[in-house]
Design a binder for this molecule. Structure first.
Ligand SMILES: [Zn+2]
Ligand SMILES: [Zn+2]
Length: 141
């Protein structure tokens, strides 16, 4: 049992291939799990999570933390040069719990403003805006 399973490397390669195949797209552990199931590779979510955390440490993958009830988003950043990569911001609907992935320059401006004028460095990887999504707004009116 002390022997290191060679599958691990294969899983990690497969995981990286998958992440690279969807550049800029946010995926959850659930998405990855489904992908592995389609490939008929059996990997537990705990293992996927562990591999992802390792890649986050290595700077290959960025992890966006939403909150305790929504899954974290992972996105491959290994090959992309950081200047061309647009930061993604997350909005969560308080009614239906939907997470919206948003790329907005205005928010980037706000981030810069907070840093320059309020000496506060916002962390986009952990920042979530709470509110009501368009569908829920329409249905309440
Ligand atoms: Zn996301
Ligand atoms: Zn909603």
């Amino acid at each position: 049992m002390s022997k290191k399973a060679p599958y691990r490397t294969k899983q990690m390669t497969e995981l990286l291939t998958f992440l690279k195949s969807v550049p800029g797209r946010h995926v959850t552990v659930n998405d990855i799990s489904k992908h592995f199931a389609q490939m008929q590779i059996s990997v537990g979510t705990t293992t996927i999570y562990r591999h992802l955390e390792k890649m986050v440490d290595e700077g290959l993958v960025a992890k966006y933390i939403i909150d305790g009830t929504s899954s974290a988003c992972f996105v491959y950043i290994g090959d992309t040069d950081s200047t061309s990569e647009q930061t993604c911001y997350h909005c969560k609907c308080e009614k239906c719990g939907k997470v919206i992935h948003l790329q907005c320059n205005e928010v980037a401006v706000l981030q810069q403003h907070l840093a320059e004028h309020h000496n506060f460095q916002m962390n986009p990887l952990r920042t979530v805006f709470y509110g009501i999504c368009s569908e829920c707004r329409n249905s309440t009116n």
